[in-house]
Design a binder for this molecule. Structure first.
Ligand code: HEC
Length: 139
């Protein structure tokens, strides 16, 4: 059960099936906030405070914490790990409830609905950041 060991047989399949079951139809929920730089920049502030240590930021080296985790935290601003194709409601569900046995915390009891939707907006548009948002995220 070392975090450094490769996945156990069926571990990924079972984890994915269990997660899909829990998320249910949360994917139908839409971000109630207007898509603008104000909300995206608020998302950047919250992201740097609560997420970047695991999920990284453009142009920043991966942290020792992130490198030592299993499963590895997806790097949400790197093309191959982006959640830009996931329904916003699913991403919102994940950061509200967390993902058991993975290290992904649930923020439903600690961050406001508004902050969680701003974070959802940010990671859902990771491939379409304005220059201002890009700059705020990388510094
Ligand atoms: C302590 C490390 C850690 C922190 C802090 C953290 N996460 Fe995660 N997160 C993870 C891990 C690990 C996973 C992968 C879970 C898995 O593979 O099932 C994950 C998964 C996710 C996913 C799902 C990605 C996908 O491909 O389905 C999203 C979205 C996410 N995190 C967003 C956030 C946001 C937003 C924050 C900050 C509010 C945050 N996380 C904070 C470790 C972390």
């Amino acid at each position: 059960m070392a975090t450094t060991a490769p996945p156990l047989p069926l571990e990924k399949t079972v984890a994915k099936m269990a997660l899909r079951g829990s998320v249910g139809n949360a994917g139908d929920q839409k971000d109630p906030l207007p898509l603008d730089d104000g909300n995206m920049l608020a998302g950047v502030n919250a992201y740097k405070a609560h997420c970047a240590v695991c999920h990284g930021a453009p142009g920043q080296p991966r942290t020792a914490i992130s490198k030592g985790m299993f499963p590895p935290p997806p790097q949400l601003f790197e093309k191959e790990d982006m959640v830009t194709d996931d329904p916003e409601g699913v991403t919102y569900w994940k950061l509200t409830h967390g993902i058991r046995l993975s290290g992904m915390p649930g923020f439903g009891g600690t961050l406001s609905d508004t902050h969680r939707w701003q974070l959802t907006m940010l990671v859902a548009h990771a491939d379409k950041l304005s220059p201002a948002v890009q700059a705020a995220l990388s510094h």
